[in-house]
Design a protein around this ligand. Sequence first.
Ligand code: SAH
Ligand code: SF4
Ligand code: F3S
Length: 474
Amino acid sequence: MLELITKSIDESRQGEAFQGDRVTNNNYSKHFYIESYGCQMNFSDSEIIASILQGEGFGVTRNVEEANLIFLNTCSIREKAEQTVRKRLTEFKKIKKQNPGLLIGVLGCMAERLKSKLLEEEKLVDLVVGPDAYRTLPSLIEEAGNGTKAVNVLLSRDETYADISPVRLNTNGINSFVSIMRGCNNMCAFCVVPFTRGRERSRDNESIVAECKDLFEEGYKEVTLLGQNVDSYYWVDSKSNHAVDFAMLLEEVAMVSPLLRVRFSTSHPKDITDKVLHTMKKYHNICKYIHLPVQSGSNRVLQLMNRTYTREWYLGRVQRIKEIMPECAISADIIAGFCTEDEQDHLETLDIMRTSAYEYSYMFAYSERPGTLAERRYTDDVPEDVKKRRLAEIVQLQNSLSLASNQNDLGKIFEVLIEGNSKKSDQQWMGRSSQYKVMVFDKSDPSLEPGSYVHVLALECSQGTLMGKIIEKP
Ligand code: SAH
Ligand code: SF4
Ligand code: F3S
């Protein structure tokens, strides 16, 4: 989901080990090491896993050599994501040869997709645990420790881990992610998620708001509410019989504090409502940024993809967003080379990108996934070199749209949440505007720190960054 601008996810989050030092380790004699792949929901799940494991006396470590348990929290979205994990597993096997007591576990979507097949294919894997089975990790670890291969890939209709307080990994202490639902009931023809994550279910709104309050009290300044399709969030409180939809949840979270920014991802074009847009407009701290994956600009391809909207519907939603919030940034996910896509379809994708004037996009070449509707019904008939060429054209267009959007921002003032030093200099801060744009500016005032809000005038830009200077609040 929220990744680097105009870079395909395949190139960006290729697995990240726990890096932070906010979790103290001194009290633990046993340790686990975890690497996460794929979308933000997986990263968020790793924080639930960390909480369950800490309860069992395992401290988190970033040092593989120190670990008694190595976990890979995996992604199946494209073939390349799975290949990366397999490569990583062969590296861990070498470590296991030197340390036979070490247990290696594959968690997440690849575990769910391949189930016990993974144990046959990857002989040195000891545990295979699907996304809804993390509560059983303690007994599975015990089984694996006794030499039995441990597998639990049962999907659930109601598991949301609502009562588990995540242990924040890799945190900067400012931005945090909060899962509000799990699974997906859509059946986009290309997508493996409904099979790896199961049925959609929402999490109790009270537990979500309580988690956001705790984060704010711990000093966090931004929460991103996560779900594969946040607009279909729906929870009925059993005591009051009171129904909460996504717009109402957004409002409840926004009211935690005006100093807590609220983001969310992902919105489905068929489901995003005007009520959500009006709620966004009403609260200054709900960020003016919507990730609205389009996938294709061709009605014929959209229909084959089973996205259940047309390009006209999509553009209507974009127009509505801009009418209600002219300053709102929009990003998309785009797939190049889906089954039967021809040059005309591709040109329509480029056209919808221009019309929507995306600030950012996450762009992918179609990768056929076993078991999906597309794999069963259609032929993956666009040659690899054609997919690559179309993807390159899409990326090139997005680069120019991102640059144009940044150029259009020059001379404007943005409220920025400081996240830390800029990559290039510790004399400069890096932060983000409400629109999720990266802004870099000199550290003029010593009283500022990560987590402070400042106003920044945009003066120069590249395609990925706005450079500016701090000014007094206008
Ligand atoms: N729930 C989100 C998407 C989650 S997957 C949504 O509906 O938008 C993130 C993105 O990966 C998708 O939007 C799609 O662009 C891409 N993707 C999914 N399956 C893919 C596949 N088989 N090949 C290439 N890209 C894919
Ligand atoms: Fe996949 Fe579609 Fe669900 Fe997104 S909405 S997770 S693309 S099936
Ligand atoms: Fe990947 Fe699973 Fe997320 S397939 S994109 S980790 S839901």
